[in-house]
Design a protein around this ligand. Structure first.
Ligand code: B12
Length: 210
């Protein structure tokens, strides 16, 4: 089957159609990873473009997000299938002021699938919760997500606070989200930037082996 039909159904906000198509793709042994990378994610990207061009407004984006999750929830267990090893502990969350959590959720699933133990703090997470989680859980990596130019500045505050409280010595911080760049990561003293969920996995692996 043509995976791009899944993308089209997300853009058209048809959850039922997404469910049927993902079911068909799985029956035809299309790998879950391919459904995610060539169907579901491009669907949300197209929705983003339409929002930018003012062809879509918030209600359409919400309905499209629901269609995305209808498909994503079906393949999530399959993405997790090879989780046998425990390679390190990661705390992840979307920074305060920001409720965009689709990207973070994809990162979480792929990082878990790669064998890491992930503690998910959710979205719109206040600085104090990140700091408490780092202190209490002692993760190897803190992964911060932000989709808005306004909320991305919170990442800087979180890193500065962790430094001030001496919680940054062995902790590595990786950041991501559409407006974030490698240059921004350097400026705020993060250890790394990941462009997408696949890149997040390799970057985390590199951070922990280096
Ligand atoms: C879906 C969406 C929504 C949904 C969110 C649903 C949800 N549960 O997430 C809803 C409708 C609720 C919404 C609300 C709003 N939104 Co909105 N939304 C989007 C949209 C269209 C798509 C985002 C998305 O899901 N992309 C798909 C995923 C797969 O991609 P991603 O998030 O980038 O994640 C990938 C990478 O970035 C990376 N990644 C992400 N996080 C991390 C973390 C780490 C550690 C790493 C390594 C990698 C990584 O990996 C991910 C997977 O590959 C974007 C447009 C866009 N182009 O991004 C606007 C956008 C982000 N929204 C925007 C705005 C303005 C809003 C609202 C303020 C609108 C309003 N007027 O109410 C509210 C904000 C509320 C708030 N306080 O947060 C603006 C932000 C502008 C800015 N200031 O920067 C954008 C950019 C649209 C625009 N062009 O104007 N939105």
């Amino acid at each position: 089957m043509d995976i791009s039909s899944i993308k089209a159904s997300i853009v058209l906000m048809c959850d039922d159609q997404v469910i049927d198509l993902v079911e068909r793709a799985l029956k035809e042994n299309v790998p879950a990873r391919e459904i995610l990378e060539h169907g579901l994610i491009p669907g949300m990207k197209e929705v983003g473009d339409r929002f930018k061009k003012k062809e879509y407004y918030v209600p359409e984006v919400l309905l499209a997000s629901e269609a995305f999750y209808a498909g994503f929830n079906m393949i999530k267990p399959l993405l997790k299938a090879d989780t046998t090893r425990q390679r390190g502990k990661i705390v992840i969350g979307v920074v305060h002021g920001d409720i965009h959590d689709i990207g973070k959720n994809i990162v979480k699933v792929l990082v878990e699938a790669a064998g890491f133990h992930v503690i998910d703090l959710g979205k719109d997470v206040p600085l104090e919760r990140f700091v408490a989680a780092v202190r209490d859980e002692q993760p190897d990596i803190l992964a911060l997500s932000s989709l808005m130019t306004t909320s991305m500045l919170k990442m800087k505050e979180i890193i500065r606070t962790l430094e001030q409280q001496r919680l940054r010595t062995r902790l590595k911080v990786i950041i991501g989200g559409a407006p974030v760049t490698g240059e921004f990561a350097q400026n705020i003293n993060a250890d790394a930037y990941g462009e997408d969920a696949a890149d997040a996995v390799t970057t985390i692996e590199n951070l922990l082996s280096g």
